[in-house]
Design a protein around this ligand. Structure first.
Ligand SMILES: O=C(O)CCC(=O)C(=O)O
Ligand SMILES: [Fe+2]
Length: 311
């Protein structure tokens, strides 16, 4: 299964496998397209296809094997949770350029398996990869039978599918990173429920006003969100101010005591996740920064979900 992947780094990290599965496995995967019911039709201007969740029809042994193989190939701590979508495109369907950046609780990696016997160039449906949302395709994947394409989702993983002239069948396997699970999403959504910046201590007002006068709105907004996390974890005004200053970049955090050091970084991370998306490189930095530090009680539930034990 997925032997000899060809790894590429441009325009973003991905791999391709020409003959991904055995004949028997392909036959099982093709069966997933036979049932006609429950297709969800998407008919937006730049996203036209039909989808059907087939997760429950995948044998457990196949799931275990593909997960183990994806862990090996990507080197990522992928959790057991997984989801498989059957995607059908009909003549005229097209998928415009998009990145699928991993929002809070979204998957981190995808494996796209093509199941089109006798595909020819005039059938269209070529998966194209881009360095920018408005540039030329940097790499093209023909949707040939038993071809697989795996990629890591991030803010710049731009891709799209050209218009098809013949029906096109694709299976999309989704994998989650241990530090961006739906459980973390639920936790962070409740941490920030009914968020009002007016609940922040007044000691922050002059600092926030100064920052807002000179810094971009997304930066101050995120810092305000980090301040809310600290406030809701039960920390005092001094800590909330420290966290805000750390998140706007006005304080390196170098002189903080251990709990402040950990709390402002964790608050900054959850604010980033909530306002932006899961960024693997940023998470690796956070992991390094908090490594070897004992978890503080108030931070425990969030810390355990953001930096879960592994292996
Ligand atoms: O159908 C394909 O080749 C790729 C579809 C897609 O955009 C995705 O799986 O993220
Ligand atoms: Fe996509």
């Amino acid at each position: 299964m997925l032997l000899q992947p060809n790894h590429h780094q441009n325009p973003f990290p991905f791999f391709a496998v020409d003959a991904a599965f055995s004949g028997e496995q392909c036959a099982m995967l093709e069966q997933l397209f036979v049932q006609d019911s429950e297709w969800q039709h998407r008919d937006e201007a730049f996203y036209r296809c039909s989808l059907h969740d087939v997760t429950d029809a995948i044998p457990a042994t196949f799931h275990a094997a593909i997960l183990a193989r994806m862990r090996e190939i990507t080197g990522l701590p992928l959790v057991k949770r997984f989801m498989v979508t059957a995607q059908r495109m009909l003549p005229g369907h097209v998928i415009g350029i998009h990145s699928d950046r991993p929002l809070l609780g979204y998957e981190i990696a995808r494996l796209v398996v093509q199941l089109n016997k006798g595909w020819q160039a005039e059938h269209g449906g070529v998966l194209e990869l881009f360095a920018t949302p408005d540039g030329e395709a940097v790499f093209k994947v023909n949707p040939e039978y038993n071809k697989a394409f795996g990629f890591l989702l991030h803010a710049a993983s731009y891709h799209g599918v050209t218009e098809v002239t013949q029906p096109r069948q694709t299976l999309v396997f989704n994998f989650w990173h241990r530090a961006n699970t739906p459980e973390l999403e639920a936790h962070i959504q409740s941490l920030f429920a009914n968020l009002h910046f007016s609940e922040l201590p007044t000691a922050l007002n002059p600092i926030a006003s100064d920052a807002e006068a000179s810094l971009p709105e997304d930066v101050t907004y995120r810092a305000g969100t980090a301040a809310i996390a600290l406030h809701r974890w039960g920390y005092d005004a001094a800590m909330v101010v420290s966290g805000y200053q750390y998140s706007v970049g006005l304080d390196s955090g170098a002189t903080h005591d251990a709990e402040t050091y950990a709390a402002v970084r964790l608050a900054d991370w959850v604010a980033y996740l909530y306002r932006d998306s899961f960024d693997l490189a940023r998470w690796e930095i956070l992991r390094g920064e908090l490594e070897g530090i004992a978890m503080f009680t108030r931070l425990l539930p969030t810390w355990q979900l953001c930096l879960p034990e592994w292996g």
